[in-house]
Design a protein around this ligand. Sequence first.
Ligand code: ZN
Length: 373
Amino acid sequence: MLNPAFQFKLQHTCKHTKARAGELDTPHGKVQTPRFMPVGTLANVKTVTPAQLSDCDAQMVLANTYHLHIQPGEDLVAEAGGLHKFMHWSGPILTDSGGFQVFSLSQIRSISDHGVVFQSPRDGKVIELTPEKSIEIQNQLGADVIMAFDECAPYPASYEAVAAASDRTTRWLERCLRAHARSDQALFGIVQGGVFLDLRRKSAQELVAFDLPGYAIGGVSVGEPPELIAKIVAAATPWLPEHKPRYLMGVGTYREMAQSVAAGIDLFDCVIPTRLARHGAALVAGDRWNLKNARFKRDFAPIDEDCPCYTCTNFSRAYLNHLLKSQEILGYTLISIHNITELIRFTKRMRAAILADRFVDQFSEFLSDGSQA
Ligand SMILES: [Zn+2]
């Protein structure tokens, strides 16, 4: 029996698209949707403190089962009092199951119905992850939302290979549910099926039979052309229940988020804001600026005059250019703060527009199939 603190309220649906505004309640607070969630892979959002993250108006943050299992290990996190206490984040947390990372980062020894055996990229140690083990780790970490262990097929892959991975993901979901031992954590299933729309539909239909508290669309942003993301999402969402939250994994660019919101997605996560920051790139109104560029050397304006973030309120492009040139960590922190705020604001603007019945008017430039943004 799931803790009654978990509730998803649908507040308003767009008249012209499937976009919706909602509210996900968790034992650690509310997430207003649509919402971008920053990624804290190793129980930290790179170079940003939890207080700064709060100032960015982050509501739910991610952490990663695969990485935390390898270092420092779930036993240590549990001993520290769980993930919220360990990383000093009192808001909602979601942990990924490790499925995506096993298939994208590690050297796989074997995949069978039982699970996956792989070599740790850290020390070469042989590790086995099974649906039961992934859930056991996530139960120990203690996030509010946990994810089913899935097989994420690479791109490109044959129809047969993707169908097999997708079927296995459904079989694994059954075992994840049996292994799940905490009522204060909501277990979301992950729709697979690669770029094959009929497989996406089949996967979504099979998952819905389990009546889960939420559904994710996984296996996107793995190298397929970005215009396919909207098609994949549109193939799966009509089969997912209206009154449950929908999470598109690993997507955090303006156009893909806007098009996915139009197809009925509520939650997003992506490492893009912090990864770009480490390369000196700032997200500005649908664009990316390289702040290392010489044209910013004497530019004393903030990154974005309309942005309320700590960075834009207090620092100039020239100062950030100087920090980046000197490889000072503060530069990465300040740009991360701006980039995270920017993507959260983008999803907040979509939410406000949906509530005001102005979503299509205000986001048309992102909803068309053109080449901007
Ligand atoms: Zn800013």
